[in-house]
Design a protein around this ligand. Sequence first.
Ligand code: PLP
Length: 422
Amino acid sequence: MVFQNLYLARTAQGTLTLENVALTEIAKQFGTPTYVYSKQAIKDNFMAYAAALEGQAHQICYAVKANSNLSILKLLAQLNAGFDIVSGGELRRVLAIGADPKKIVFSGVGKSSEEIQQALQAGIGCFNIESASELDQIAQIAAVHGLKAPVSFRVNPDVDPKTHPYISTGLKENKFGVAFDTALDLYRKAAGMMSIAVKGIDCHIGSQIIDSEPYMQALDKVLDLVEALEKEGISLYHVDLGGGLGITYKNEVPPAVQEFLQAILQRYVKRGHAHRTFMLEPGRSIVGNAGLLLMRVQVLKPGASKNFCITDAAMNDYMRPALYQSYSEIVEVQANSSPSALYDVVGPVCESGDWLGKDRSLAVAQGELLALLSAGAYGMSMASNYNSRNRAAEVMVDGSVCTLIRQRETIEDQLAAELSCL
Ligand SMILES: *Cc1c(COP(=O)(O)O)cnc(C)c1O
């Protein structure tokens, strides 16, 4: 099997290793379930974007919601990443690791007054506005504080990214962005507001996109709008094409970052926009393949029509299969010659939707370790305490060194907010 993470391999003895560390050692040291990330893979993924945009004024704003672990944010900040945030909580995270506020963009359809105020006072680079009323709200709060709010509109180019409906965001029927044909009016209005500084334009058409054509269509539509604005004397400093580039979970073939961006940039430059900063907001493609979920087989339960392999990881740890029937590879940590059988890999949570993989051929025994691959994005960041389960630990591997980057939650952590109310 070819691993999507270049730093994942099997030793001659059949033990799975990430960089130079055996996953069996990580389980021994930190327990399970544990998210494990390769530092080098995250770096490589980010640097592929940076390298492809070299020579063009650009800013890559990592989408924090994909994986918001502070150590990962700090690593990316060191590589010169900016950040795309969608809440006041994410703002606190990126400020906590010392990110440059100017490199923060704030997206989201329902920003609260409090969040807007915090972001304004932090001096973020741009608000990506998603509705007419949000423009008024931001303008009013900025005026009260005697500030000028830097803004872009997130326009909805109405292109079909051909991905799962839950993660498709650029269609007319989605809740995101402002309708394309009202954008001009909104820009005119914003340009005339004292407490607003019009900076750019933004779009984000979806996630796990494996076709570059929708991006091309979105770029063309966005640039049409930029040019129409220019004619009216409204000059934009940046064009932000959002995130959404897919990764391989099973047999998807997303475009390589280098070629993908080459084609996009070529069009961008040819249409005469090279002087504007080119921005992106990738999340999944930076961290997705860099991480895995290490888990242990709790119980093997043969059934009349199905065998179940019940692991100590569940839907509360990794929600994507339950949420959108997503596929992830699940492999034995220690390869062995025992006969394999077909299993549904499920967690112990009291929901039939609690599954991680269906009809998987595995050679496993109770107590053995499994790894669910490409779990670095929308894994830990979507974890919950359902069934009062403690959220997993997170470990970063760097060469031969493993560092705990988030302690396993304890039941005391969970109870604290309620015990104090008894
Ligand atoms: C989620 C999101 C992204 C990142 O999407 P990925 O598929 O993880 O690359 C970027 N921009 C916005 C506005 C988002 O909501």
